[in-house]
Design a protein around this ligand. Structure first.
Ligand code: ZN
Length: 358
């Protein structure tokens, strides 16, 4: 596919920096710390909830405007995953999301030649807007996965706080994947994640989407699920559909048919997405800052979610129960496979069965 990249780069050379900044601005996980929320703000209230509600798991509202009940926590450690940035207390999700992450982590080892996954933010205990970072991740159906493979040993809590993000992009070029960092196993990991029927979207940096469009030679059925967006250059973001029976969950329109290697991607390689906002005309009133989202802006049921009784403890609501606790001492996965494992099978539409060739 031709984006006229060289031309674009010459034309928009000045935007290279903007592109690089665009990559890190929304790096997803670490939006700048914001000023203290005002009383009644949704992020202040939901950010203060330390435990989920009792009762059945229900996503309420939309990915970027909602909350949840009955969340469960991903155990901090499993044989094929480790949760990161534990201090944020964002390991919570709908059980469908947590189950998928565990399965994905196992499949990542079996199918993608990956050593295990590092899981970033999922959601707060009762969902809702966060004090910093994401605008979505509010109903327990979004999760961030690092492009960095899991190390072969358990990291300490401090290491999980401090491990820096590694961008997949070249820092001195406009929207370009760094060939020294990017690997086929990362491509497989993405297509594996896209292969699950419940996964509706995977957000990646436009440069990564372009790389996939240009180089993925396996089954392209699910390539359209990879959606280009700012940031997402050191992690990718998995979004699953509203689970069956989740009546209060507002679904998102399905992605358009096709692989998405089209105009919708080419747009990101034009100046438009990276242009700074126009300065106000002299004498014009300064624009009002966007209003903080209040609890009353969320679906009505979310106010009751804030008031609902908590589960007894974090442990009580950890997915997998007592077996999850034992996972804390489980042996980590083997050393990462080499990255040039050219013989692994392409990831087909649904990895229900083990591939014929291992
Ligand atoms: Zn995310």
């Amino acid at each position: 596919m031709a984006f006229g990249f060289a031309q674009a780069f010459r034309t928009f050379g000045k935007l290279a920096l903007a592109g690089a900044i665009g990559a890190s601005l929304a790096a997803g996980d670490v939006g700048a710390e914001q000023k203290a929320p005002s009383p009644g703000s949704a992020k202040g209230q939901f950010g203060a909830a330390s435990l989920p509600t009792q009762g059945p798991a229900q996503p309420i509202g939309f990915y970027a405007k909602g909350c949840m009940t009955g969340a469960v926590a991903l155990p901090t450690d499993g044989p094929t995953w480790q949760a990161m940035r534990l201090s944020r207390n964002r390991r919570w999700g709908n059980p469908a999301m947590i189950a998928l992450l565990e399965r994905f982590s196992q499949d990542a080892v079996g199918y993608a030649g990956w050593s295990g996954i590092l899981v970033g933010d999922i959601a707060q205990p009762r969902g809702g807007p966060m004090l910093n970072g994401h605008s979505s991740h509010q109903i327990g159906l979004d999760a961030d996965i690092w492009f960095t493979p899991m190390p072969a040993r358990h990291m300490t809590a401090k290491e999980r706080e401090d491990l820096p993000f590694t961008t997949m992009l070249q820092k001195d070029k406009f929207l370009t994947v760094d060939p020294k960092v990017w690997t086929q196993s990362r491509a497989r990991l993405l297509m594996l994640a896209a292969s699950y029927p419940e996964v509706e979207r995977i957000f990646v940096n436009p440069a990564i989407k372009k790389k996939m469009c240009d180089t993925w030679t396996g089954d392209r059925t699910n390539l359209g699920k990879l959606r280009p967006i700012y940031g997402h250059d050191s992690h990718f973001h998995i979004r699953i559909k509203c689970p069956p029976g989740a009546a209060g969950c507002t679904p998102q329109a399905p992605v358009a048919a096709g692989d998405g290697c089209d105009k919708s991607l080419a747009y990101w390689f034009t100046p438009a997405p990276w242009a700074p906002p126009k300065p106000p005309k002299p004498g014009a009133k300064p624009p009002k800052p966007p209003r903080e989202m209040m609890v009353s802006d969320l679906p009505k049921a979310c106010a009751a979610v804030l008031d609902a009784a908590s589960v007894a403890s974090m442990q009580a609501a950890t997915y997998g129960g007592s077996s999850a606790a034992s996972a804390l001492t489980a042996a980590p996965a083997a050393e990462p496979a080499a990255d040039d494992e050219g013989d692994l099978p392409d990831v087909g539409p649904v990895p229900n069965d083990k591939p014929a060739i291992q």
